[in-house]
Design a protein around this ligand. Structure first.
Ligand SMILES: [Zn+2]
Length: 387
């Protein structure tokens, strides 16, 4: 189905983020803002009608306490109680899942300023990423500013760039090794968290870039948080445990927990964007030589994103609304607790405006779709681009 007003190229860019643009050339969107204005009107009406708050939801504070208790319990049991492999291995997996849950729920909402209307509360929640080996400063650029503005645009969205080992979009160069990516990429996803902890953040800061995008290096308070976060993480993950346990055991537990969190975080992201149901649009070249996206910003967000398992209460709880990525991309500053209800509003509005709204019924249907996409992208270029 054709998106609305595809031919219009009137300036309407409505960047998702109010953060400074990190775009290399400030790529703009076309179309009009009729669709997004109507969406916002209906979502405003929903909150007015229900009397609910967009942020500072009591369920979210309770959920945070539950997940933090889950993480601390797994960490303390591993550090002080577990002594046999049959208790250490499951606990390391439980710890990895807790790390993913913190990322999906607490850090993600905090980083998007969707957790609370108080900036300091969002900041504290976002800092959970620094404590788990990432960087809230770099995430703000990579995810908030770049990915959320330009999802699935090759060369702009760094999240669809996994290096030469994976071809996730039709515009990326195909290599013979990609023929097998439907098999080996799943394993590689697990190593992404380890690479992130040990290499990516330091590399991005050193070169002052994320993919094609120049970023300012952190200074002052941001630099202190970056360094403090790394010191905290390396102390908790390696130094303290090594005071009580053999080095090899600590490294194995770290590798297993990080692998589990890496697989879960990566797969959940891929199920939202890297499937045949999502678009991978390319900018059009204007008469003046500049580039612009054909659709407006909101249509682009919907058509490059796919929901899944919208009726599964366990996944909805664990994934922090990341199975409702369409709603998240449109309303990233609203707490994810509201996404199931908002998805009905968004789906209906998309239907009326002729904007394709895609959702997989189950997690496994989405998983199968991602697998098919990897296989398609791994085939010789001519076939893969005939999507
Ligand atoms: Zn997000």
């Amino acid at each position: 189905m054709k998106p609305i007003e595809q031919s219009a190229v009137a300036a309407c860019a409505t960047p998702v983020s109010r953060e400074p643009s990190a775009g290399r050339a400030g790529l703009k969107f076309g179309g009009t803002d009729r669709f997004v204005r109507e969406l916002r009107r209906r979502v405003d009406a929903y909150f007015e009608h229900t009397g609910q708050s967009r942020r500072d939801c009591p369920q979210m504070y309770f959920k945070t306490a539950t997940i933090v208790a889950w993480f601390v319990a797994a960490y303390v049991l591993l550090l002080f109680v577990a002594t046999h492999w049959w208790s250490i291995v499951p606990l390391a997996i439980v710890l990895g899942l807790a790390m993913a849950a913190i990322g999906f729920n607490i850090q993600h909402d905090g980083g998007h300023k969707a957790y609370s209307s108080r900036p300091w509360v969002n900041k504290i929640m976002a800092l959970s990423l620094d404590m788990m080996g990432g960087s809230s400063y770099l995430w703000n650029w990579k995810h908030n500013s770049i990915h959320h503005t330009y999802p699935n645009i090759d060369g702009q969205d760094d999240d669809i760039n996994v290096g030469f080992l994976g071809r996730l979009s039709p515009q990326q160069k195909r290599l013979p090794i990609h023929r097998l990516q439907g098999i080996y990429l799943w394993l590689l996803y697990g190593f992404l968290a380890i690479k992130w902890h040990l290499f990516d953040d330091f590399y991005n800061i050193a070169i002052g870039r994320i993919g094609e995008h120049k970023i300012p290096r952190p200074r002052g308070k941001d630099l202190a948080v970056f360094i403090g976060g790394k010191v905290f993480f390396f102390s908790m993950a390696f130094v303290f445990p090594m005071l009580l346990h053999p080095v090899w055991a600590v490294l194995l537990v770290y590798a297993l927990a990080a692998f589990v969190s890496g697989v879960v975080l990566s797969v959940v992201f891929q199920l939202a964007h890297c499937l045949g149901e999502a678009d991978f649009p390319v900018p059009i070249v204007m008469a003046d030589g500049g580039e612009r996206m054909e659709t407006d910003w909101a249509v682009h967000q919907v058509q490059t994103t796919v929901d899944f398992s919208r009726r599964n209460p366990i996944l909805c709880w664990f994934l922090g609304g990341l199975n409702f990525q369409i709603e998240h991309h449109l309303f990233s500053k609203i707490c994810h607790i509201h996404y199931p209800a908002l998805s009905k509003v968004v789906e209906q509005t998309c239907h009326e405006f002729g904007v394709r709204y895609a959702a997989h019924k189950s997690f496994f249907a989405a998983l199968a779709s991602h697998f098919r996409w990897l296989v398609l992208m791994g085939r010789p270029e001519t076939m893969a681009q005939a999507k």
